[in-house]
Design a protein around this ligand. Structure first.
Ligand SMILES: NC(=O)C[C@H](N)C(=O)O
Length: 348
């Protein structure tokens, strides 16, 4: 009789836990998805106005995918995204997963800096559970606003059991992107995101999630970037190289006490003599200088036209300058050893 009772209890627990819908928490930060304008076009709209409760009301059927709760972390246009908000997001996400409050998280976010937040969280969230960012290109008050569909798709992806262990993702216009490679590729179009080195890792279509690949460059549970006690991050600036550029930005970063500089170089992370001399001086002063490129895709490789050994620079691999800045800021919270920092750029 006893084993039979145990079996019945186990079956009951299994059935009731299977019957539970996935629990998704939406962390809202603002953006055009929460944008509001006076007319049905995009003229003079303001990003980051509408609260998460109203965004959810505009998505019919979303309650059938998951048990959803919303929290307002911030309400800004993502041009005003800040390290403060990043640290707040990181803390709340790690807390949600540590306390088993949700099976997945969706973050609504402006598109301008969405790729940066996605990569920051890809490096710093201590969990393999799904974290998905989304947003929109048209404000909530515009004709054919794309926010409700993107939010529906993002929740669909976050609630899917196959979405775990793929790092932080961006879901936009029915594509699923790896948070490391994704980049904004159009200033205005609804199809705003690209993954310049990989392509999308999957698709979400009519409520179905299909994956084509699994990103391996992610930090997940083993992240070395524990920033739970961090109030600020080491300052890292970006200097943009172009024909006949002067090195004022680099010299200013040194003067202002920055700890690192990313060079948004031309081609394979190249720069002119003015940059070379300023970089050499910055490295002598102890700043970590990383060569990246503003080309938009491809790797920056070591020891080609620039002698990194002699100059004391390291390379970003295929991270664009704004993502290289994030990895260097997080890396510098752990070490200032250039070999270790370079190994981060080849690993993450
Ligand atoms: N489409 C958008 O979300 C653009 C807006 N400036 C933002 O990043 O918040």
């Amino acid at each position: 009789m006893k084993p039979l009772c145990t079996l019945i209890v186990v079956l009951f627990v299994c059935i009731t836990s299977f019957a539970q819908p996935p629990r998704i928490i939406i962390l809202a930060t603002g953006g055009t998805i929460a944008g509001e304008g006076a007319s049905a076009d995009r003229a003079a709209y303001t990003a980051g106005k509408v609260p998460i409760e109203s965004l959810l009301k505009a998505v019919p059927g979303i309650e059938k995918i998951a048990a959803i709760t919303g929290e307002q972390i911030a309400n800004v246009g993502s041009q005003d995204m800040s390290i403060d908000i990043w640290l707040k997001l990181n803390k709340r996400i790690n807390e949600i997963f540590a306390n088993n409050e949700a099976d997945g998280i969706v973050i609504t976010h402006g598109t301008d800096t969405q790729e940066e937040t996605a990569y920051f969280l890809n490096l710093s969230v201590r969990s393999g559970k799904p974290v998905v960012l989304t947003g929109s290109m048209r404000p909530s008050t515009a004709i054919s606003a794309d926010g409700p569909k993107n939010l529906y798709d993002a929740v669909t992806v976050a609630a899917n059991t196959r979405s775990g262990g793929r790092g932080v993702m961006v879901v936009f216009n029915e594509s699923i992107f790896d948070g490391r490679d994704v980049s904004k590729g159009s200033t205005t179009k609804v199809d705003a995101f690209r993954s310049p080195n990989l392509g999308p890792i999957g698709q979400v279509y009519d409520g179905k999630v299909i994956y084509y690949m699994n990103p391996i460059r992610k930090a997940d549970k083993e992240t070395p970037f524990d920033i739970s006690t961090q109030k600020v991050l080491p300052k890292v600036g970006i200097a943009y190289m172009y024909a006949d550029a002067e090195a004022g930005a680099i010299n200013n970063f040194v003067k202002e006490g920055y700890k690192g500089i990313i060079i948004a170089g031309v081609g394979n992370g190249n720069f002119n003599k003015a940059f070379y001399d300023a970089i050499a001086a910055a490295v002598k002063k102890g700043l970590v200088v990383v060569r990246s490129s503003h080309v938009g895709s491809g790797r920056v490789t070591q020891f080609d036209e620039v002698d990194d050994k002699n100059l004391g620079t390291i390379v970003s691999d295929d991270l664009n300058p704004q993502k290289a800045r994030i990895l260097l800021m997080l890396g510098l919270t752990q070490t200032s050893n250039k070999d270790i920092l370079q190994s981060y750029f080849f690993k993450y």
